[in-house]
Design a protein around this ligand. Structure first.
Ligand code: ADP
Ligand code: MG
Length: 257
């Protein structure tokens, strides 16, 4: 009998905060579910913004990724059904302590990979929402991932630190995870009326020698409303330009898998 197919695992990472990692995970996840994919979203940020934005109160979560990573619970016990047809491996503030606890463990970079291995045949795609750091949890995400998306604000000042991220990715590929493929940079909060933003966008791919996903995600206030509603913009503003852009970019991501 043919072995069941394993999911792709896509890390969405950038150690800079506020570049739309969480928004992108929620929106791309919802768009993938709309197109019939079985999707698991993993919240790897102790701030639990993804968990919150999917309508789940992090303070009420009983078993989170924290216990799973520390071997205190099975992954299946922690997975919840969230809104918009996706499953969620939730986070809580407890995860802030996991980093320190994992530091003394051998093989800590592989801890997420081994946990996700148990559910990979249940999903087509697993999306990892990384925290704004290059610590143990992000390294574990890059080690578990088959693909990487780097959201970046389409304005110059936000690019400091990308070199450091790409150095880390190179080391992870060499030492921990040969399968990691950078799917591309995802330009977010793009203002097409600004010459400056257009120049930055044109310059991005050449500068980092990476694919740039298209279309860029426009800056729109509609994104601010979605998390509090516990839904992504694909549901709160179904035919807005932001939702449309995420649907289109999701098509190109699925095609690149
Ligand atoms: P990160 O996870 O990288 O820290 P978030 O996804 O939490 O970033 O986004 C940071 C803030 O920017 C949030 O308030 C979010 O609602 C807002 N935001 C995200 N994408 C857009 C966009 N395209 N236009 C306007 N605001 C956005
Ligand atoms: Mg975030």
């Amino acid at each position: 009998m043919a072995r069941a197919k394993k999911s792709a695992i896509i890390a969405v990472a950038n150690q800079k905060g506020g570049v739309a990692k969480t928004t992108s995970v929620a929106s791309i996840g919802a768009a993938m579910a709309e197109s019939g994919k079985r999707v698991l979203l993993v919240d790897l940020d102790p701030q639990a913004s993804l968990t919150f934005s999917l309508g789940i109160d992090p303070d009420a979560v009983e078993v989170s990724i924290h216990e799973v990573l520390l071997g205190q619970a099975e992954v299946a016990e922690a997975i919840l059904e969230a809104s918009e047809g996706v499953d969620l491996l939730p986070s809580t503030i407890d995860l802030a302590g996991a980093e320190a606890q994992l530091l003394t463990r051998p093989g800590r970079e592989f801890v997420l990979q081994s946990v996700l291995e148990e559910v990979r045949t249940d999903y087509d795609v697993i999306l990892l929402d990384c925290s704004p750091s290059l610590g143990v949890l992000t390294l574990a995400a890059l080690t578990a991932a088959t693909g990487l998306i780097i959201p970046m604000q389409a304005e110059m000042l936000s690019h400091r630190g990308v070199g450091q991220l790409l150095d880390t990715v190179r080391d992870v590929k060499k030492l921990l995870n040969k399968k990691l493929k950078t799917i591309g940079i995802l330009p977010t909060m793009y203002d097409g009326r600004s010459n400056h933003a257009r120049e930055v966008l044109d310059d991005l791919g050449g500068r980092y020698k990476l694919p740039v996903l298209s279309p860029p995600i426009p800056r729109t206030v509609r994104f601010a409303e979605a998390p509090a509603a516990g839904r992504s913009i694909l549901d709160t503003a179904r035919s807005s330009k932001g939702a449309t852009a995420y649907r289109e970019v999701t098509e190109s991501i699925l095609a690149a898998l």
